[in-house]
Every structure is written in C-alpha cells, then in structure tokens.
Design a protein around this ligand. Structure first.
Ligand code: 5U1
Length: 677
C-alpha cells in the first residue's frame, strides 16, 4: 500500500470512530442534562470527550460545529425560558495531578512577572449544579442555570424556594445590579432520605446527590422543588453595576457572607502552590466526613487585579483551576462471581473484576454483600458495571449497564455446598446471610478466625498478616488460634519468604501479644455479633472470663447493649465444647491482662473527651481505648458538652475551638496522669 492510501485508510477509521464517540457523547449528554439520569460515570464521559478532542485535533477536517466538543454545557430545555448571561458563566480547567497544578502556576508566572509567592483562595468544589442569581436594588429578581455558559434556563421561581438564598440582600446600600454565582447541591442526609422515600413509594432512586439536585431544580412546578432538600453555596460574583466590590476574592466572600449568602465554610486563603496542595490533601481526608459531596477543590488567585490581567482562555479563566479528586466511579466488567466464606461461615458473593482504577486505587474485587443484594442489583458474570469506591469504603458494584449485557449472561445461584469444604450451606428463615455449616472443619473459617484473632484491634500480633495465616493453615501448622502459641521458630522458618530472623521476630511478636486486655481477648474470640464495644462492656461487667462463661442468657442481658440475640450467641459460643476447649487452651498458654479498671472509679467515667494532635506515647486509637475502658467517651468535635480536649503535638482547629468555648485542655502528661488516677 502506498503511503497516501495508508493515510486515507487511517483517516477513514478515525472518521468512523469520531462518529461513534459523538453518538455516545450525545446520548450521555441527553441522559445527564435532560433526563438527570446518567448511564455512565463522569470518568467515562470525560475519557470519551478527551478521545474525541484528540481525534479532532489530529484530523481538523473532521471537526463540525455540532460536535459535543463545541459546547461547554447543556442547551437550555425548551420548558424553561432562556436567560442570557450578561457576563458568561465560565467553566474551569481541570488538574488531575500535582504536576498539573504546578504547571498552572508556571503558566501564570510566564505571563506575569511576579517575584513573591502567590496567594490563592482555596475552596471545595461542590458536586452540584452551577447557578446565577441576580439582584436589582437588593432584591432577588432572576435565577438561571449555567446552560452553555452564554445562555441558561430561567429557574427564578425554583431558586426562590431554596431557603439559603436571600430574597433581599442584607446590605444598607446594595448595588443597582448584583449577580452572584454558586452551586446548588443536595446535602447527603437529605439525599438519602429522599431516595428512601422514593423507593418506599416504588419509584426509582436518584443515582447520586448531584442528579437529585439537578432534577429537583429543574422541576416545572416550583412546589416540587420546594419539597426537596436543596442548599446553595455562593462562590463568586457576575455582573455588578452601581456599586464597588473589594480587591480580593477572599474579601468578596466575606462581603457575600455579610450580605446574607451561605459561603462554603471550608474556604480559606493559602500561600503558594504548596499551600494549595496541602489544602487538597486536607480536603481529600475530610471529604468522606463532609455532609455534602465534593469532587475536588478550586484554587483562585486571590488578587482580583491579577485575575483581570490574566484574563481567560476559551471559556475558562487563567487564574483559577479545579483540582479533581480521583473519580469514585468507574466502568469495568465482571469476570466472574465467587462466594467467599467468612469467619462465622457467612457466604458473601464477590465480583471478580477486570482491574480498574477508581477512588485512587486499582480494584479487582467488589463485594456484592449477599445473594439478595446480588439479585436486586442483577449482577451477572460478563456484565459491564459501575464500580464505586468512596473514601475508604470497600468497593462495591453501584449498578449494572443492563443495555450492554451480552446475551446468555446468567445470574449466579447460591451454592448448596460450601465452595471451600463442601459442607451444606444453610440460610435461616428471613435472614439475608447464608452460612457454611462446616465450622472449624472448613479451612476458610479456620483462616478467618485466626486472622481476626491476630488483627490489630484484637491481639494485634505484629507481622502476622493474612498471607502468612493462609500458609499456616494450608500447611496444617496451625488449626486454631491457640496453636499459634505452640508454634516453633523452625516451623515458621519453613514458610514462603520467611528467613530465620523473621521467624524469630514473628515468634517474639506472638509471645508479646499474650499481654493484652480482657476486652481485646473477648473481642479476639470472634463470637458472633460481639464487636469491640460489646467486648468492652462484657469485660467491665464480668471482670473475668470464668464469670462470663457461667452467665446465663438473662445475666448477659444485664450488660448495656446486649440483647437476647447477642446473649444467645455468647451462650452458644461458650456452650460449644470445641470453643470451651479453645478458651481453656488460650488461658493456659499464658494470656494475661491487667485487672479491668472499674469505670466508676476513674475520673474519666462519664466524661466526654476530644483528641487532637499527635500523642508521643500512644496512638489515637490506643488513647480512645484507654478512655473507653475507664467509662469515658471520645467525640470527634468540640462543643460546650466536651469535658476535656487532649491536645498533642501540632493540635489544630479543635484546640482553638476548645479555647474559644472555655473547655479544659489537657496536654499529654496531664492526660496520662488522669489515666493513671
Ligand atoms: N468553589 C468554586 N466552584 N467553582 C466553580 N468556585 C468556583 N468558581 C468557578 C466555578 C465554575 O468559576 C469561577 C472561577 C469563574
């Protein structure tokens, strides 16, 4: 083939792909903007858009005015009147890495001869819907969606129903025209309640809070919008006439707050790109605890004169950038569905996936929780699914793209026999969970029991990870947790990647773990439904294992939080001869603990403490455990009800708040003294 014919063929292939991608993007656009019901995650949409942009820049002759790359947002729906934005509503460039953010500042410095560090206003990027609100002589007159940035939809009556939008500015001398821009969103609590109610009525649930917010705001009947839990943060201004605005963006935010707008409380000024990146990390860590969804943070040069000098490129300012968090949803395919057997024999269906990068990590497995959930979501091997991994939460299958299902894909059935040991699987009436009946005859249950026993919150055997436990059980060196204490260094040294030295170290760690607390020991036994809190309550109530073992179901129910079901599990555990023998062996192996503190005697009993900063002598978890053992409670935030704030090294805003509220602050030494008292 000649070079020319080769090039023609490549162009024809590119043209076909461009048409395919455009069709997909048009379809996803429609689902997103018009139906408020997206089929694919944003990351998939962005990936296709990027592909199309690249193809169009390589083959400019394929570019058309109607290409999805040629519009910034949605076209206004005919149902709402159109509003032309006097000042266009801009979009933001995205940064996905630290390098992208550093490049952003490099480009700024190439344009402006600045010597000093640049100050930025850093703000969370709300995952909602951009809106504009116009005030004339201090009175709200018009609300609009962003639309394509030039023209939006008139949502005046709907915006009016959002309580946090002031209908009149709290300004003595308001400008003749004052336009604000912000983001309408649905707080998570409201979203969950709304979806629960929809499902109870047999209606479809919203896919995420952003779509719920968009769907609510674009209701034709404003009474419907009023019934939805919407909120609004304002982050900037548009047209201003007949008035002056401050010289810095952070001052604008303060002015907006004074005039009655709700400003995102996490907004703050930071110094230089390093300050921006620190803010990004902080918000990333705080993200899962915020009462609303954010999908990144925004950095804006604080000095408005510098903003003016930098101007815009296309429809995005050169002085601002959105630094996105890793996408929490991604598309992949289910290779297979297998059943995992847990410590108590529970069978959990797990989707084995084509590895996919989501929420900042590569995910190859996703839990399907139980058979009912798997059936409800209708997940089948071969399916294309949306995987969701939010914060540190275990990845799960959010939904299936049924329209992409290959023919013949079948639902997987609950096996009648355990896939590991072959024992019968039973499902108690009205229980979602099915269990393997093999008990310790099942290698999977034996492994999980030992993993739990050695885990950090139980006996905390340093260095005994899951892989080692699996080898120990597979090679029959260990059958129960009690066998760990009899294992010899030579036996440990036979394990994969385990030398003489590591084996000695592991053996020492096993011996060291014998010194524990009664609560940890009880938790380590892995009794069904006995978590850390119940184990602690049992330890405090009974004081020793003999008294606990002798307790009846009625006696057990005297313990706080122990109801008839948990009491039944505890009695059943100790009533089982094999378990009783295990506990005897564990106690005989030399497991010891200090006498439990009688909570009533500790000065921390009944007190509420907040931990902040790093402690030199213990981790936060250890400190929380010590407080709980003494009958105290640890809270995550400082309020008037807080009794003490324990401030370690680098204590931050909680210490400040304690001082403001006059709450007693303990340094580490004072805290240790109280623990000993
Ligand atoms: N927090 C915040 N979100 N957001 C979105 N600020 C902000 N600013 C924006 C956009 C589109 O645009 C201005 C920088 C023009």
């Amino acid at each position: 083939m000649t070079a020319k014919r080769k090039a023609d063929a490549t162009r024809r292939t590119a043209a076909t792909r461009v048409a395919e991608v455009r069709e997909l993007l048009d379809r996803y656009n429609y689902q997103y903007y018009v139906l408020d019901n997206p089929e694919v995650p944003d990351a998939e949409y962005d990936r296709l858009m990027l592909e199309l942009r690249e193809l169009e820049s390589r083959y400019p002759e394929l570019l058309t005015a109607t290409s999805p790359t040629q519009r910034v947002g949605a076209t206004p729906a005919a149902a709402f009147g159109a509003v032309r934005h006097r000042i266009p509503m801009l979009s933001l460039e995205n940064a996905f890495s630290e390098q992208d953010v550093r490049d952003f500042e490099r480009r700024i410095r190439e344009r402006l001869p600045l010597e000093e560090p640049i100050r930025y206003s850093a703000e969370p990027k709300m995952d909602g819907l951009a809106v504009s609100a116009r005030y004339e002589n201090g009175v709200f007159v018009q609300g609009a969606t962003r639309g394509d940035g030039e023209t939006g939809e008139d949502i005046t009556q709907n915006l009016r129903t959002i309580g946090s939008l002031p209908l009149k500015l709290r300004a003595a001398d308001a400008p003749r025209v004052f336009e604000v821009r912000g983001e309408v969103f649905m707080p998570l609590a409201g979203f969950e309640k709304l979806n629960k109610e929809a499902v109870a009525r047999g209606e479809k649930a919203f896919v995420n809070p952003r779509n719920a917010a968009a769907g609510s705001l674009r209701q034709l009947d404003p009474r419907m919008t009023a019934a939805r839990p919407l909120d609004l943060f304002i982050y900037g201004i548009g047209q201003v006439a007949g008035g002056k605005v401050p010289a810095h963006h952070s001052q604008v935010l303060q002015l907006l707050r004074r005039w009655g707008f709700k400003i995102c409380p996490q907004s703050r000024v930071v110094e230089s790109i390093d300050g921006c990146l620190e803010y990004y990390r902080e918000m990333g860590a705080a993200r899962s605890k915020l009462p609303y969804q954010i999908d990144g943070v925004v950095y804006k040069i604080d000095d408005i004169e510098l903003q003016r000098q930098l101007g815009f490129v296309s429809r995005a300012p050169r002085w601002a950038i959105a630094h996105k968090f890793p996408a929490e949803e991604a598309l992949t395919t289910v290779r297979d569905i297998e059943f995992q057997v847990g410590r108590t024999g529970a069978l959990t269906p797990v989707a084995r996936l084509e590895p996919v990068f989501v929420g900042g990590v590569t995910v190859s497995n996703a839990t399907l929780h139980n058979v009912d959930e798997m059936t409800r979501k209708d997940v089948r091997p071969g399916d294309t699914v949306v995987i969701r991994r939010a914060g540190d939460v275990i990845p799960e299958v959010a939904r299936v793209l049924v329209e992409r299902r290959v023919s013949g894909a079948k639902l997987v059935k609950l096996p009648r026999h355990c896939p590991v040991c072959g024992s019968p699987v039973v499902r108690e009436a009205e229980q979602a969970v099915a269990r393997c009946t093999g008990g310790r005859a099942c290698a999977a249950q034996r492994k999980e029991e030992i993993k739990h026993f050695a885990s950090r919150r139980a006996l905390d055997i340093q260095g005994l990870g899951d892989k080692l436990v699996e080898q120990l059980v597979d090679q029959d060196l260990v059958r129960t947790p009690a066998d760990l204490f009899g294992i010899k260094t030579e036996q440990l040294a036979t394990l994969e990647r385990m030398g003489e030295k590591s084996a000695q170290k592991l053996q020492a760690a096993i011996a060291a773990a014998k010194r524990t607390t009664l609560a940890r020991f009880l938790y380590a036994l892995g009794i069904r439904d006995v978590g850390e809190a119940t184990a602690l309550a049992l330890a405090q109530h009974f004081g020793n294992p003999a008294a606990l073992r002798a307790a009846s179901v009625e006696d057990l129910q005297q313990v706080a939080d122990v109801g008839p079901v948990v009491a039944g599990h505890i009695c059943a555990y100790f009533g089982n001869a094999e378990n009783a023998k295990l506990v005897d062996r564990l106690l005989a192996s030399g497991i010891t603990w200090p006498a439990p503190v009688r909570p009533g005697r500790s000065p921390l009993a009944g007190r509420i403490l907040v931990l902040t900063g790093a402690l030199a002598n213990m981790t936060r978890e250890e400190a929380a455990g010590e407080i709980a053992q003494r009958g105290g409670k640890v809270s995550g935030s400082v309020s008037k009800k807080t009794d003490y704030v324990v401030a370690g090294e680098d204590a931050g805003s909680k210490l400040k708040k304690a001082r403001e509220l006059g709450v007693a602050v303990l340094d580490e030494q004072a805290f240790l003294k109280l623990l000993r008292a």
